[in-house]
Design a protein around this ligand. Sequence first.
Ligand SMILES: [Zn+2]
Length: 199
Amino acid sequence: MDPIVTVKKIKEKSSSLHPVMHFRTITKHRNLVCKYCLRLGLIKQGLTHDLSKYTPVEFWRGVKYYQGNRSPNDAERRQTGVSKAWLHHKGRNKHHFEYWIDYIINEDGSVGFGGNRMPRKYVAEMFCDRVAACRIYLGDKYTDAAAYDYYKRAQKWTMIHPETGAELEEMLRVLKDEGEDAAFSYVRKYLHEDTEKSK
Ligand SMILES: [Zn+2]
């Protein structure tokens, strides 16, 4: 084997490098989401996206369960039965549908549990987040269909409000079928309709 490749592999395995690598991964992701959010005029959300990942409870667990090509949360879950990093994260970041899971009051007055409807600006941020995550984790293998396929694979167990789910799915479908420029103009229009309505 090429000695440079071998050294690289050893380095990748060395957990002492994980703080740096984890920091790089989350920062790269944050920068890309920020760029996407700015493209949609969501300035504050772009600048503050995922800042809780730098708090000790999330950061050091991310380092410990570092995977490189996917989220560390599943590894933490497998090992300890619960991802405390994720519980901390989803409780503070409104762009995750999990933040909005709570009691729901059905039309007939009965009470259940499920996804509440998300405000449009967070649905748009969730779109940016998913596209950026796919780009960063998949690298060269990324295609415009990646985020749509990921959503469809997980749809069965995704506890999201049906209307919110349909809104997100349509954004991802436009991305898959018509490309990034078309998808961003679709999402911009979707956000604009919301401002029009609230006037
Ligand atoms: Zn997040």
